[in-house]
Design a protein around this ligand. Structure first.
Ligand code: DOR
Ligand code: ZN
Length: 346
């Protein structure tokens, strides 16, 4: 048996939902992570400082007794967002970032942005105060193939935006392509990217080959193998611009296993063990801390967590629960489809 120790990790992209689902999934993230950037795509979305304060209160109330997990709040950017409220939320410490969903790109994104021109005032304010914009980087044009939507977004939306407002700090969230990894690695400043655990472990065959498997469907959708390999290279490189954002996104099983299933993979329960497996396979265990514990805080200008997380490598594969039971219903846990020999020490 072998153990490794890393500073307690953070999750720079997490869906905690609300109500009974929040109560069911919050402990799963709080067990291993010290902080997480919380996605604002509730119904209705978390748009204002007041919304974020109220939601943060509900998250804190859902945590297990004694948990010191810190939710870092984001504001959902709409075409009606008030720049002064955003600035106030940031300077008062209520919100860490703003989230841009192109309207219609994913779950609960219909209040998102159709015309970037309408939010330029907010983005200019954010650039001035050093507040980060987290972007779901996919175009929504039905004419663009779903597997090309990230690359087309980079070429037609992200790159022009960065040229227009080079001082704006942007996190390209959950990148899924070699194009995304190359674009971020080629940027001189003010650009970083989060990568999910599942996009390091599965390619699109998991969803479609040998039967349709809805629990592997998420957005951006997993791409072909060459992209997964490029993401692995970026994540394990130690490059400070790449860090973990799990995009753990719970939906109850009936919403996944139906004629038009929701996008989202729930990984909070086993994501750190899976990640250790990936880094071991890449002979890069010494870079796990960079990806999961160091690069994110450096980008978001926060201190590294003081406590440690210990991971153990076993001789036999570890079994994870196939699902968790929440008050909202049963949620399937990500099955990495490959043996994982790692577990997190309690
Ligand atoms: O797969 C996804 N699920 N991608 C997203 O962007 C949203 C998320 C969700 O909220 O379920
Ligand atoms: Zn997400």
């Amino acid at each position: 048996m072998k153990t490794i120790e890393i500073p307690r990790p953070d999750d720079w992209h997490l869906h905690l939902r609300d109500g009974a689902m929040l109560e069911g999934v919050a402990p799963e993230s709080a067990r291993h992570f010290a902080r997480a950037i919380i996605m604002p795509n509730l119904v209705p979305p978390v748009v204002t400082k007041a919304d974020a304060e109220a939601y943060r209160g509900r998250i804190l109330a859902a945590l297990p007794q004694g948990s010191d997990f810190t939710p870092l709040m984001t504001l959902y950017l709409t075409e009606g967002t008030d720049a002064a409220d955003v600035a106030d939320a940031f300077t008062s410490g209520v919100a860490t970032a703003v989230k841009l969903y192109p309207a219609g790109a994913t779950t609960n994104s219909h209040s998102g942005v159709r015309d970037l021109g309408k939010v330029m005032g907010v983005l200019e304010t954010m650039a001035e105060i050093g507040m980060t914009l987290c972007i779901h980087g996919e175009v929504t044009d039905p004419a663009v193939d779903i597997f090309d939507r990230e690359k087309v977004f980079i070429d037609t939306v992200l790159d022009p935006l960065r040229q227009r407002l080079p001082e704006l700090r942007i996190t390209m969230e959950h990148i899924t392509t070699k194009d995304g990894a190359d674009y971020v690695a080629g940027a001189v400043k003010n650009l970083a990217a989060s990568i999910t655990t599942h996009h390091l472990m599965i390619n699109r065959n998991a969803i479609l080959a040998g039967g349709i498997r809805p629990h592997y469907y998420c957005l951006p959708v997993a791409k072909r193998e060459l992209h997964r390999l490029a993401l692995r290279k970026a994540a394990t490189s130690g490059d400070a611009r790449f860090f973990l954002g799990t995009d753990s996104a719970p939906h109850v099983d009936p919403m996944k296993e139906c004629g038009c299933g929701c996008a989202g993979i729930f990984t909070a329960t086993n994501t750190m063990a899976c990640l250790a497996q990936v880094f071991e396979e890449e002979n890069a265990l010494e870079k796990l801390a960079n990806f999961a514990s160091l690069n994110g805080p450096a980008w978001y200008r926060l201190p590294v967590n003081g406590e440690k997380l210990m991971l153990t490598r076993h001789d036999e594969p570890v079994e994870f629960p196939s699902h968790i039971q929440t008050g909202a219903g049963r949620v399937t846990v990500f099955d990495p489809m490959t043996p994982v020999y790692w577990s997190v020490e309690a």
